[in-house]
Design a protein. Structure first.
Length: 623
């Protein structure tokens, strides 16, 4: 990827300007073109096919690279330096022609993935309407409309997918062929039901069965409604779009590390700097609390983070991973071209070259200004960020993805904590007995319980609490209950637990997984060091042993070699209490940390000397 020289005068943190974004778009588009079919309707990148099959995967390659091209062309007022628009116009004509050998799968129940790609296509068609759609033959336009109307009546997953049909409808309305109004109203109403307050949406489900909070809140729930209004005109479908987006960005700016890394939590992380979509969109529609230089710092930091670390294959296309390919983190619905949904990260190109977001001097991220402590009650998160190492840590007491699971938990949702510098343990060979950032029970066969439905009880400031029933490999829950209270203090978390379960079930607790490619993490007295960071787990009270370290390979998206501190303890009583200090940072000093169990509560001292009393009430509200 050939990028211009860094401009540290206007962008002192990243060196990136609008020219870098344009060059990055070109550098990602060019490598995909050799994999196009003769008629360019399909772009089939090498790799294992998705669950939707190779023809759908080829459509996905066309649709997602077309969205990237469209943002690049619209942002340059029609400039198409590589001359790709005609190839995509030809591909569209062939794809919507049912009689053509490269015809796209119909939008129907046999291949529901097509509605996802239809959304990218209609956005691209609207973005490039003067240069592409308006020049198509009436026959091709009619065939395109006929293909898109397949979205009507399609049964879809009950999540952000409702927005895809709304997007298709908005385009069809613009050419005089709307979908069924009642169906669209239901889609809009369902999206509204996902809103939980303070700018946050869950991605599907409901509060009684599951809470799934992740990057889809930004790159889907907020981005699509605002972008649709911007491109097609505000028709009042989502009346609260702008204030909600503004409120979300107040929180979201705290979720990016000083090195530009987005929070490594949730699904579809292969989209990487698509995480910049919501900040760019907020600036585009005038719904952001962020100063222009901060918006660019946030977005350019993400782009440069992945460019600097390498995120493409030898063919030059984005890999199925975080940096390099890492199959354990890839969902079954993902195809070789799926990472091109990072196209949404280029929405900033819709801002003119003289917009303040492009010309103002970069502003520092919150974590670059001072240590940060924040709580987001809607998703059940607390955030602790430290300026000294630039790491942002998320304590999770609200996101579990439980309703979609048939057995064990989802490591990208149900862990106690996530960060901008670490990834959860995936692809573990002995998956029944290992997990990072976890509290669970161990049965006589060595099986480890997982965190099932997370019931939050309090999230405020540096304090968060929740409880769950232990879930076993066969999908059963119980017997028993684990209450967890976490108090964040800089790079440390004081994790306290009340466990009520049969006495013969032992307890397992673990800290952060650190990883690197070369050299492997260093192990020293149950402390892990890698990539300039340290991971530590210090038992303070209620444990009958000391911490140890488990080393694994190919379990982290951050590197081949990984290590995780953990402790296994015999309980010996039906109700037990424990406290541990869990740390992640460049320089960990336990300071005055101490704890003891006293009459069913935990009396503790944080590393900085502050006293903490944790009292457990065995009820849904923790006092």
């Amino acid at each position: 990827m050939l990028l211009p020289p860094l401009d540290l005068a206007v962008s002192p943190r990243t060196g990136y300007t609008r020219a870098h974004w344009l060059a990055a778009a070109d550098g990602l588009l060019a490598p995909a073109q050799p994999f196009a079919s003769p008629g360019h309707a399909l772009i089939s990148l090498p790799g294992r096919p998705s669950q939707s099959g190779p023809r759908s995967d080829g459509l996905e390659g066309f649709a997602r690279t077309f969205l990237l091209l469209s943002l690049r062309v619209r942002g340059a007022d029609g400039e198409d330096p590589a001359g790709l628009l005609q190839a995509y116009a030809d591909g569209l004509a062939h794809g919507v022609d049912a009689a053509h050998p490269e015809a796209w799968p119909r939008i129907d129940a046999d291949c529901r993935q097509t509605i996802v790609e239809a959304c990218s296509i209609v956005l691209g068609l609207q973005l490039t309407r003067p240069w592409l759609w308006d020049g198509l033959s009436s026959r091709t336009q009619e065939q395109a409309v006929a293909w898109l109307t397949g979205a009507s009546g399609l049964e879809i997953p009950d999540n952000n997918w409702h927005l895809f049909r709304v997007a298709v409808d908005r385009f069809l309305r613009s050419v005089g062929a709307p979908l069924g109004a009642a169906e669209i109203e239901r889609d809009v109403a369902r999206i509204e039901e996902f809103y939980v307050g303070d700018g946050w949406f869950r991605d599907g489900g409901d509060a009684q069965t599951s809470d799934r909070f992740d990057h889809y809140c930004g790159w889907a729930m907020h981005t699509y409604p605002a972008l649709l209004d911007h491109l097609f005109g505000d028709i009042g479908q989502f009346p609260e779009t702008r204030p909600r987006l503004r409120r979300f960005l107040e929180d979201y700016v705290h979720l990016v590390g000083a090195d530009g890394a987005p929070m490594h939590q949730g699904r579809s992380l292969i989209y990487r700097f698509a995480a910049a979509a919501a900040p760019w969109t907020g600036a585009l529609v005038g719904a952001t609390p962020l100063e222009p230089g901060l918006t660019r710092r946030l977005a350019s930091g993400m782009l440069r983070h992945f460019v600097d670390r390498g995120f493409t294959t030898p063919d030059g296309v984005p890999s199925l991973g975080w940096y390099q390919p890492f199959s354990p983190m890839v969902q079954s619905y993902s195809a070789p071209a799926s990472p091109y949904w990072l196209a949404k990260g280029f929405i900033g190109l819709l801002l003119p070259a003289d917009h303040p977001c492009w010309v103002d001097r970069e502003a520092d991220l919150p974590v670059e200004r001072a240590d940060q402590q924040a709580s987001f009650a809607a998703p059940g998160f607390t955030i602790s960020a430290t300026r000294s190492d630039g790491v942002v840590r998320l304590s999770n007491h609200g996101s579990d993805n439980h309703a979609t699971l048939s057995s064990l938990d989802d490591p990208h949702y149900s862990r106690l904590a996530y960060s901008s510098a670490t990834a959860p343990m995936l692809g573990v060979h002995d998956s029944m007995s290992l997990a990072d950032n976890h509290i669970g029970l161990i049965d006589s066969a060595g099986a480890l319980s997982r965190r099932s439905r997370i019931h939050r009880t309090s999230v405020s400031g540096s304090f968060a609490a929740s409880w769950h029933e232990p879930m076993w490999p066969d999908g059963s829950t119980g017997p028993g209950r684990i209450d967890t209270v976490v108090v964040s203090a800089g790079p440390w978390e004081l994790r306290c637990h009340r466990i009520e379960a049969p006495a013969e079930l032992d307890v397992f607790e673990s800290g952060w997984q650190l990883a690197s490619d070369d050299p492997p993490p260093k192990i020293d007295d149950a402390v892990v060091r890698a990539a300039g960071l340290t991971s530590a787990l210090l038992p303070l009270a209620g444990h009958d042993g000391s911490a140890q370290v488990v080393q694994t390979e190919s379990t982290s998206a951050f590197g081949r070699y990984a290590a995780t501190p953990l402790i296994r303890s015999v309980r010996g009583a039906p109700v037990t209490y424990s406290a541990a200090l869990v740390g992640l940072g460049a320089d960990l000093d336990r300071g005055k940390a101490a704890a003891e169990v006293v009459d069913g509560r935990i009396e503790a001292t944080l590393p900085d000397g502050r006293p903490v009393r944790v009292e457990f009430k065995h009820q849904d509200v923790l006092l």
